[in-house]
Design a protein around this ligand. Sequence first.
Ligand code: NAD
Length: 282
Amino acid sequence: MFPWSRRSDAAPQADSAPRAPGDLRGQVCVVSGSTSGIGLALARAAASHGADVVLNGLGDPAEIERTRAELEASCGVRVRYHAADMARGDEVADMVAFARHQLGRLDILVNNAGIQHVEAVETFPSDKWEKILAINLSSVFYATRAAIPIMKAQGRGRIINVASAHGLVASPFKSAYVAAKHGVLGFTKTVALEVARDNITCNAICPGYVETPLVKQQIADQARTRGISKDKVVEDVMLAAQPTKKFVTTEELAGLFLYLVSDLGASANGASFSIDGGWTAQ
Ligand code: NAD
């Protein structure tokens, strides 16, 4: 738990009353792509601060069930899993409806699922392009479209889109990913304007490199594409742009997440928050 966000032991307040930062009791949070990496870290942050959580993502069913049960037991909240494929709009919308149906409401939507493929544009496979656009961009639309009516009816909502430094700047060989993440930032701003009077905010988090399974895979892919060692990829390619020369941690992302979902984050709307060690300051 973050020291500045320690939740009080007082009884949960009515929905309309201001809450202490970090008090997510009684709230319901859906995190797409939360079976690993950043999504799992944000789901854990939400659960450890009292929110009921819907997990989503790919993986071995037994392992996912272990994660779900562990989160539920260690945080004392309800945790459900929905297996929606983020490449399918109908399943994405069903995941949002499931949260409301199973847990009674929906307060926080984290659009986090994402995939990557690293290849020069002239040989970039069409199916990879379509899949990256579907999972990294269109799923954000489908989930948000389904969530807003629920949030409006409740009088409050928080939508957080996990974009990337690649929503702001490009790197070679990542055309689909960069296009999708730039699209996420445009979508975030548009939604923010549409819901600004409804006590709903929509923001994007733009991490630099975080060492998760997605990045470990990229290290291997880049080493192959560029014909250099994995160590060289980390040193000269990945963290070349990250002035701190350190991977961003999921705890640092969770800190921003807890701010954005709190009442203190009410005026942060339509923004993209860089947590990239200074990468996009250059
Ligand atoms: P990860 O591979 O660890 O996790 C990705 C999650 O998405 C997993 O739970 C996976 O099962 C899920 N997923 C993938 N395809 C899916 C599908 N079709 N349907 C449902 N779920 C699916 O990756 P991560 O690094 O934690 O990335 C999470 C998000 O953060 C992505 O949007 C990524 O673009 C973004 N991001 C990551 C980094 C980084 O350095 N790791 C940096 C910037 C942005």
